[in-house]
Design a protein around this ligand. Sequence first.
Ligand code: NDP
Ligand code: OXD
Length: 316
Amino acid sequence: MSDKGAVVIDLKFERREVDQALTKAFAGRKVLHASDKSADLSEARYAVLWKPDLDLFRRAPKLEVLFSGGAGVDSILAVPGLPDLPIVRFVDETLTTRMSEWVVLQALSHLRQVPAYLGQQRSRIWRELSQPEAGDVTVGVMGLGVLGQDSVRKLKIMGFDVIGWSRSRKDIDGVETFDGSELDAFLARTDILVGLLPLTDETRGIFNASLFGKLRQGGALGKPVFVNAGRGGSQVETDLLAALENGILGGASLDVFENEPLVSDSPFWAMDNVIVTPHAASASDVRALFRNAEAQMERFERGEKLQHLVDRMIGY
Ligand code: NDP
Ligand code: OXD
């Protein structure tokens, strides 16, 4: 075995996919599985992890870099006893493209009244509904990071009027942007609100009754629509449910929930104007994840800076 650093894999993903991806990954490196409780992890330098075992850091005390199995790192940052090591987020075109596909799909579904037409189909009703133009609908994206910026570009291509909000103002061609202090002005313009925020102390519960009440009423869709693929901890589900029931919101597309999996008796499943997907907006492609981690390990061993590092002070 070469002197390249050993890697521990602790991914709570489909094992078959992980094993298959490993056949073409980490050449020249020892690969260890945290799930193998008899494995000696004591010399491992790297861990690729998603929902890691609580004893991982005790078993692997010489880790130097952690690689997140996903773009969001809230669950890693919440692990008790997490060592103070650099954490690399998963950033890859496959993940970005999948998320933009989901976001555009949801925006188009609400624009083109897919939930209503599916209801009509089930009742065998042939009735054309009124059809607003995409350009008359403003999609407001909260979170203009890697995923948000690609989504706004693709929403623009579909003809929507697109605006965006993030902690620090972004400069994106053809998109009006707002900074953290301008949330109310941003919401007042928004017909379809898209959440692509990380879960942090600041964003926990941000999608609440007060926020829903500030979205534009009477736009081209009549009532505003809420779309969330960031994290469920950012939405207050009792407020969301009330807003959908009392008509503050006209619909929603939800990929993430306060508690996952969504319980079978959740009212969201049965709401005609709500589209539910099982945290599947953008699943990590394991082959791409390993390719990225491997490239970063090579950089690290050449003495170059790691990319896509998490800022633990701000939590993303
Ligand atoms: P980035 O870190 O690239 O972007 C995060 C964005 O959120 C930045 O624009 C940042 O602002 C903004 N932001 C963070 N906190 C605040 C705040 N308090 N106020 C205003 N803006 C804030 O993340 P990604 O785009 O890569 O991913 C976003 C999230 O998407 C992930 O954290 C994860 O939770 C979720 N995700 C969900 C998936 C799914 O399948 N449902 C799949 C992948 C990711 P600034 O630019 O100023 O720093
Ligand atoms: C991620 C996710 O953060 O899948 O990548 O949610």
